[in-house]
Design a protein around this ligand. Structure first.
Ligand code: E4P
Length: 245
C-alpha cells in the first residue's frame, strides 16, 4: 500500500519525502486555506516538485463545465497533478469530459522548469501527453465509487473517519469497494482517506486499499513505538558504556 500525505504544508511533505516513504500527496481547499496559500499554482508546483509523485489538486466549484476548465488548468501546471473532483452529478459529468481530453503539462511559471528532472522523465518516457487523471473525492458509499469509476476516475477516495464519526463503518466501505474492484476485475485505485489513527492505516492495508492518505501527525504516529524508543535508549547507553571500558 502506498503512503500519501494529506496536507498542503511544504515542510511536512519535505519531511515525509526525506523518509523515503512518500508516494503522493492529496490536498483539498481546507488544507490550502490552513497552509495560508496565496498563489495556488506556485504552491502546487512546489508540492509537485518536492513530492515527485502524484499530487491531487481539488476543483473549487459545483458547476461541471467549470470543473473541467479548472481541471485542465491544474493539469497544465505539472505532469504530477491529479485533478480532485467531488462525487456529485456535476462531478461525474466533469470526470467523463476531463478524462477524455489529451493534455500535456506546460509547467509554465514553475520555479523548477529549467532542467527539471521530473519533466525530463515524463518527456523521455513519452508520457507528458496524457488524459488527465481524476481522484473522485468525498466518497461515502460504494455506489458513488462505482459511478466515479464508470465516469473515468483513476482513484476513488472513501472518507473513512468521517463515516465513523457519524456512527457508520468507514472500514466496511473500503472493504466493499476493494471487493467490487476484485469481483469486476476492474482497474482504479482506492485512496483510503480521512484516516484518524494508526489502526485505520493497518486496517485499510489489510482490506486492500491501494493508497492510504494521512495527516503528517498520523505518519509520525505510525513510526513511533515506546518499546523502540526504550530499546534504542538502552542500546545507546550500553554502547557508551562499552566505549568507556
Ligand atoms: C482526502 O483526500 C481528503 O483531503 C481528506 O482525507 C479529508 O479528510 P479530513 O478533512 O476529514 O481529515
Amino acid at each position: 500500500m502506498d503512503i500519501y500525505l494529506d496536507t498542503a504544508v511544504l515542510d511536512e511533505i519535505r519531511a515525509a519525502k526525506s523518509w523515503g516513504v512518500l508516494r503522493g500527496v492529496t490536498t483539498n481547499p481546507s488544507h490550502v486555506a490552513k497552509a495560508g496559500v496565496r498563489d495556488l499554482k506556485a504552491h502546487m508546483q512546489e508540492i509537485c516538485f518536492i513530492a515527485d509523485a502524484p499530487v491531487s489538486v481539488e476543483v473549487v466549484t459545483e458547476d461541471g463545465e467549470e470543473m473541467v476548465r479548472q481541471g485542465l488548468e491544474y493539469a497544465d501546471w505539472s505532469p504530477n497533478v491529479v485533478v480532485k473532483i467531488p462525487t456529485i452529478p456535476a462531478g461525474l459529468q466533469a470526470i467523463a469530459q476531463l478524462t477524455k481530453q489529451r493534455t500535456a503539462a506546460s509547467c509554465s511559471g514553475c520555479a523548477h522548469f529549467t532542467g527539471c528532472p521530473i519533466r525530463e522523465r515524463f518527456l523521455n518516457a513519452n508520457t507528458l501527453e496524457k488524459n488527465p487523471e481524476v481522484n473522485a473525492t468525498l466518497i461515502f458509499s460504494a455506489n458513488q465509487a462505482i459511478l466515479a469509476l464508470a465516469a473515468g476516475a483513476s482513484y476513488v477516495s472513501p472518507f473513512v473517519g468521517r463515516l465513523d464519526a457519524i456512527g457508520e463503518d468507514g472500514l466496511l466501505l473500503v472493504a466493499d469497494i476493494a471487493q467490487i474492484l476484485k469481483a469486476q476485475n476492474q482497474s482504479g485505485k482506492i485512496i483510503a482517506a480521512a484516516l484518524r489513527h494508526p489502526v485505520h492505516v493497518t486496517a485499510v492495508a489489510r482490506l486492500g486499499a491501494h493508497i492510504a492518505t494521512m495527516a503528517f501527525p498520523l505518519l509520525q504516529q505510525m513510526v513511533g513505538h515506546p518499546l523502540t524508543e526504550r530499546g534504542l535508549a538502552d542500546f545507546m547507553a550500553d554502547y557508551e558504556r562499552s566505549r568507556q571500558q
